[in-house]
Design a protein around this ligand. Structure first.
Ligand code: NAD
Length: 497
């Protein structure tokens, strides 16, 4: 049994609260270990430690900070198999998918190698007589990241790398459901040469999150998770004067136009709908075929593909997807399928009774497929976060884009078509933050920014790309006048150009 404490000041420390929660192994339903849940006092002590360490780290030049990240990437590559194994065992996703989770995180660390360029300020020589004007980006101090269960490597790395590249110290509060990978990343960062106290992992639940939100020495909070918690963290963090960005839940639609390449569209829906058992904020959960003929053709092709999905334990590299994260989450997803049936959606493939031979206690569901889903149904309105695809038919393109724009979430979307006019119009007019054209999971690459609209995102700046460097720094602008010999007396009028 693994006993996770915290990682503070460069070393593992046990929890002192006496409160723990179980960490499961979803593929067989066993308890893998337990994780300590921090108190406010433990969180505050970690912040004190980080606050003491941060000024010296901020004084290290950006190139040298970037070199620590370069070494960090080397060590993640060295230990990739071990990280992927822990990730798959605690989360449930397959090992190849776990490696993808790590890799998408690493790509953001690599982007941060450019810190010396990204942190450059501006300079105007001779803005007035003897006057030069320049700006600089300075770190905020201590910042916090609060992350979800579904990408236990990628999202912590999206928080850690830009925050520390900018010269901050970080308190990471990962999901209590799969803390193993974040804890190991913190160890690797120390091995890479990061000074103790710059990256701290404090495990916990609502108590530690509230302690983060109320600690005056934490200057910024980056959150990723469900929308109700995102809203809560955004409002409490902002009320306490912090810089806050919160990325929430999603309901991602894929519009299939009558002229789409149907083979491509079906492959996209199968991969983006059921990969990682649908536990992705960029999963496609609603297919919107345009016109009855398109819908009938799509559904006819989807049914055998969903029926033949290969569900397997996380250690089976040939499985399409593995179990869900917990029994409670599996039961919640099952409850959504029950609600869809009760509200009149047509369940074409029913994954509720799937049992994995030899792993009967694992948290599995087979793939499910609904047709004739309408916008008033719970399965349409709410995020299911499971291996369930809903087909919501649209009579024409205008009703398809209206459906997407009217949904409360606006994380990602895709359109499949051979018509450049339709694709261009969709990309321009859809009220969603990340758009794919004949591309199902449009997660932008590290050097672009990632963020949803509407109730999928709260705050002004996105994750990674140039926005990350804006979020984790504050801008200072200096107006200086040389030579020192100028003496033009006191002026009572505001200076102008
Ligand atoms: P969650 O909201 O339950 O948990 C996220 C974090 O918040 C965890 O660290 C958790 O400990 C903490 N938390 C949970 N309840 C809390 C409470 N009452 N008060 C304070 N903190 C609390 O989310 P999850 O189930 O771990 O992750 C799945 C969700 O995350 C989905 O909704 C998914 O769409 C979303 N997500 C969004 C993005 C994105 O970029 N928009 C990316 C990944 C996941």
């Amino acid at each position: 049994m693994i006993n996770y404490g915290h990682f503070i000041g460069g070393k593992h420390v046990p929890g002192t609260s006496g409160r723990y929660t179980d960490v499961f192994q979803p593929m067989d339903g066993s308890i893998r270990g337990k994780v300590a849940l921090a108190t406010k006092a433990e969180l505050d002590a970690a912040v004190e430690n980080a606050k003491a360490a941060q000024p010296a780290w901020a004084a290290v030049n950006p190139q040298r900070r970037a070199r620590v990240l370069m070494k960090f990437v080397e060590l993640i590559a060295r230990d990739n198999d071990k990280l992927a194994e822990i990730l798959a065992r605690e989360h449930g996703k397959t090992i190849p998918d776990a490696k993808g989770d790590i890799q998408r995180g690493v790509e953001v660390v690599e982007m941060c190698f450019g810190a010396p360029m990204l942190l450059k300020g501006e300079y105007t020589d001779g803005a007035g007589p003897g006057i030069d004007l320049y700006s600089m980006r300075q770190p905020l101090g201590v910042v916090a990241g609060i992350t979800p269960f579904n990408f236990p490597a990628m999202i912590p790395l999206w928080k850690i790398a830009p925050a520390i590249a900018c010269g901050n110290a970080m308190i990471l509060k990962p999901s209590e459901r799969d803390p193993g990978v974040p804890m190991m990343l913190a160890e690797l960062a120390i091995e890479a040469g990061l000074p103790p106290g710059i990256l701290n992992v404090v495990n916990g639940d609502k108590d530690s999150v509230d302690a983060i939100l109320d600690n005056p020495d934490i200057k910024a909070v980056g959150f990723v998770g469900s929308t109700p918690i995102a809203e809560y963290i955004y409002s409490r963090g902002c009320a306490n004067g912090k810089r806050v960005q919160c990325f929430g839940g999603a309901k991602n639609h894929m519009v299939i136009m009558p002229d789409a390449d149907m083979d491509q569209a079906v492959d996209a829906l199968i991969g983006a709908g059921y990969g990682a058992a649908g536990e992705r904020c960029m999963a496609i959960s609603v297919a919107v075929p345009v016109g009855e003929k398109t819908a009938d053709e799509l559904v006819k092709r989807l049914i055998p593909r969903v029926e033949s999905l290969k569900v397997g334990p996380s250690t089976d590299g040939s499985a399409d997807f593995g179990p869900l994260v917990t029994a409670a989450h599996r039961d919640k997803v099952k409850g959504y399928i029950d609600a869809g049936v009760a509200e009149g959606a047509k369940l074409l493939v029913d994954g509720r009774n799937f049992k994995m031979q030899g792993y009967e206690n694992g948290f599995y569901l087979g793939g499910s497929l609904f047709d004739h889903v309408t916008t008033d149904m719970t399965v349409y309105k709410e995020e299911i976060f499971g291996p369930v695809l809903c087909v919501a038919r649209a009579k024409d393109y205008a009703s398809a884009i209206k459906m997407v724009n009217d949904h409360e979430y606006g994380n990602g979307t895709a359109i499949y078509t051979r018509d450049g006019d339709a694709a261009r119009d969709y990309a321009a007019k859809v009220n969603v933050g990340m758009v794919g054209v004949n591309f199902p999971i449009p997660v932008p690459l590290a050097y672009y920014t990632f963020g949803g609209w509407k109730r999928s995102g709260f705050g002004d700046l996105n994750q990674h790309g140039a926005d990350a460097f804006r979020f984790y720094t504050k801008t200072k602008t200096v107006t200086s006048r040389w030579p020192s010999g100028i003496k033009d007396g006191a002026s009572f009028v505001i200076p102008t150009m």
